[in-house]
Structures are given as structure tokens and as C-alpha cells.
Design a protein around this ligand. Sequence first.
Ligand code: F6P
Length: 547
Amino acid sequence: MNPAQSPAWAALAAQAEKWSSLHLREVFAQDPARAERYVADAAGIELDYSKNRIDNETLALLQQLAVDTGVKARIDAMFAGEKINNTEDRAVLHVALRNRANTPVLVDGHDVMPDVNAVLTRMFAFADKVRSGEWKGRTGRAITDIVNIGIGGSDLGPLMVCEALKPYGHERLSMHFVSNVDGAQIIQTLKKLDPETTLFVIASKTFTTIETLTNANSARAWFLASGASEADIAKHFVAVSTNGPKVSAFGISTDNMFGFWDWVGGRYSLWSAIGLPIALYLGPDNFKALLEGAHAIDQHFRTAPFEKNLPVLMGLIGVWYANFLASPSVVIAPYNQNMHRLPAYLQQLDMESNGKGVRRDGEKVEYKTGPIIWGEPGINGQHAYFQLLHQGTHLIPLDFILALDQADLDPTHHAVLISSCLAQSAALMRGKTADEARAELTKAGVSGEKLEQLVKHKTFEGNRPSNMLVLDALDPKHLGALIALYEHKVFVQGAVWGINSYDQWGVELGKQLASGIQNALKTGSGEDDYDASTQRLIKLARNRLTT
Ligand code: F6P
């Protein structure tokens, strides 16, 4: 249904009015028990959502909105393998990839679990061989460097996980990720590598992505230029794709291909063979732990009541800000350096999924949908973008992410890290009143006109909301759970908004135009198909490319 027609929608709009005159500082003072009440946990992750502009009434209405929009039925449909990606007529079953219970999951009456398990078994056997040194390069030396060539979902997931779990990485193996078609990236990467000990993973769901194929061709040329033969490619190149014929056409034997299926969306694919770099670097046991963490959240998402359901709570709170409090964006602030690619990963996950303007039935939406997701590790952000969050004019809720434990933990550093994270969420919420600023300045010896002038600048409005996600530890299991939590948060929002979170037609037009422009750059023909500005820019670039 159109969510705006739900009675809960109108009631939430009235709630928003109420919240326009409430300050979280006072709300906490009157009801400190909300700190205990607005906490939920699952799979070793605690969500403290007490510092949000919500109360029992708001939450009840949001949950009613989820009921009215049929969120539960959508969840059941996804797990049942129904083709909820209606524009591509596909099931959406990343949950099957980590279904550690191994219960049957049917797509068109076919149980996909034996296929899933067979690919995992092949991936793990290959990973074990590379890790142990049994898999040799063409001159008999063990692999030391792995280069994943892929983009979007065929890059960000494995990259983010390998970075986040670096302390678990194999000591002999160095990981490299090449995604950009800008030649500088592959040139700089290959410069450091020895072709005799380098393994390339060419990762592309479609195996038609121009960036990936251009980089893969350059990698192959570099490899062959080292004196290797075509036959040696089998020892140094593997492919991950759903498209066997294209992989063969590229010159990689399908014996060296790890497959997956059309019911795995690119941005949901790190659990599939796209996760091969993760299995290679972290090992099969850690990959399994990642899957287990995600599976634990899947179970929770499927069975927990909405009022205790982490993805549902996060999704609904996000709907509240986007649709009722006019907030356009969400910051992801992990307080862990190794999680530095998480914001970029979640940017694709969320924005490619819910950046939609029509509902599943093709009707234009009349309300805001997916938020703008951005961020950086929080501690660095404090010294960069946090100023705008504290005193700027936009309302931007944050997700703080904190791990109580991690490998490579230094207690002194960790105490500074944790206290900074907690301090920021408290400061954003409470702010600083003019009286507090005045007292501080007076204590510092400032007085008169200067004091009154500075008070205005040193006052913080506060009332800025945030979630605090606390992981027991940053390890494979908890990271798997965290990623799955965000996947399902995105699902809940897509379900409430009635959109299809699993297609991405918006990226296609640029791809189509790029292929014509590439031709125009090479040959000069077809320029007239473009607007005057683009024609002029094509000429500018062509002159430079040909000189
Ligand atoms: O252009 C967007 C996109 O299709 C993403 O959805 C996807 O993750 C990425 O490109 C890479 O696609 P592929 O894995 O097919 O190369």
C-alpha cells in the first residue's frame, strides 16, 4: 500500500509537530529509564536507540506503519524465495548464502542449498590450497599477492571485510583491490607485484562491466608480458561470475570460475563466491564465522517481534527522520579504523537499493525515500565533518558503531576511542545552553561585550539524534551480523516505502551513454547524438587523447 495513506502516517505527522518543541535533554531528565527501555540486542550487537527523538507513542505508530505496509509479509516472501525483485522477476536470497541451518530454500521449486554449499566447498578447497602454498604459480612459487578486480558490489564488500578484519589475515598474503578504470590504480598496483606470485580474482556478476573488463585485460597483458604463456593463465587468474560464457570468452576456463546466481544482488553478494578474496585472506573458518553472524541476524529478523527487532527498529527510526522530521541524510561513524570502508560499503547498499522514486507498481512516490548515506571513521570525523553535525543547520542522525573488543587492542588507545565516541553522542544530544557557555567563558576570565558575542558562537543547540551500535567484538562473527543488520534495515525501509530495493535501473543510462561517447572519442562519429555541452567536452577530450 501507499504508506502515506496509512492512518499511522497522519498520526506520525502530528507526532512530528509535538517533537518540534521537545528537547532530548529534557526528555532524558524527565524519563531517565528510557536509557534502559530503548535498547535491544541480537547476535552480540546492542542497539541503544534512546538518543532518538522518539517515545513510546512514536514507536507504536511506526510499528503500526510497518504493519499497515505489510513489512512482515515482505520478510516472509523474501525468505520463501518469492520473486520480490518484481522488475527483474528475481528472488532475493542473499539469506540463503548464509543459511547455516541448511534448511531447504526453494526458487521455482528448486532447493538452492546444495548449489550454495557446493560453491562454498570449492571456494574453501581453493582458499586452503592458496593459503597453504600448495597452489603454485607458473614457476612453482607460492602466491603472495591477490588482486581482486571488480567494482561496486564486486569490490566494496570483500574490500571492506578484508580491511575490517585485517588482524585475521594470512601473513604471507597481501590483498589488493582494483576497481577504478582510471589506469593509475592498476598501474600503481601492478608496479609493486611479482607476476610469478600474483593471483588475480576477476569478479563481476555480469562479466560485462567495462571497468572490470578493461582492468582485467590490462592485468592479463601485464602477466603475459612477463614471459608467461596463455596456458599459465590458469594458475594466476580465477573468475567469479554468474556468466560462464562471458568468462570463457575472456579466456578463463570455467574450471577456474566460482559461480553464483541471479537471485544474489551485486550489493548483497559478499556472502557468495564474490567473497572469495575474504576466504583467501581470512581463511574458510573465518568466512564461515562471518556467515554465521549474518545467519544469526537473519533468524532474529525473521522471528523477533517488531519492538525488539533490530533491523525493524533501525529501519523505522530512519523512516521517522526521512519522512517526518525532514532529515535527508544519515552518517555512519564507525569508531574503528579497520572499519574505514564501512561507510562506502553501506552507501552502495542503501543508496543503490532505496534510491528509487516509484513504487513497485510504478506509481510515483509522494514522499522521501532512501537517505543520503555518508561518513568516515568517527574519530577522524570529529576533526573534520562533525562541526556541521553539532552546529550546522541540517538535522542529520548518526549511527555510532563501537566494538568493545578487537584484535590489536591497546587498552590506552581503546579507552580514548570509546570515551570519544560516547562523548560525541552525548554532546550531540544535550548540546550546550547559553548559560553553560556563559559560565564557562566567565570562568575563563572573559567578560562584557566579548563574552556576550562569544556565547552565541559557543552555544550548541543539541537535540541531535543518534543510534549507538555496540559490538561485543570486532571479529568475523560480529561483522557478519552487523552487515546483515544493515541489509535488513534497508529491506524494512524499502518495504515501508513500497519500492523495489533490488533493482538499479538508474545506473544504466550513464552506462549506455558512455559506450556511445567512447565511440565518439575514438572516431568522432555520433557526436551529434549529444547535447551541446557534451559535444564540446567530447571535442576537448578527443583533441587531448589524440595528441
Ligand atoms: O552499475 C552498478 C552495478 O551494476 C552494481 O549494482 C554492481 O554491484 C556493479 O555495477 C558491478 O557489476 P558487476 O558485478 O556485474 O560487474
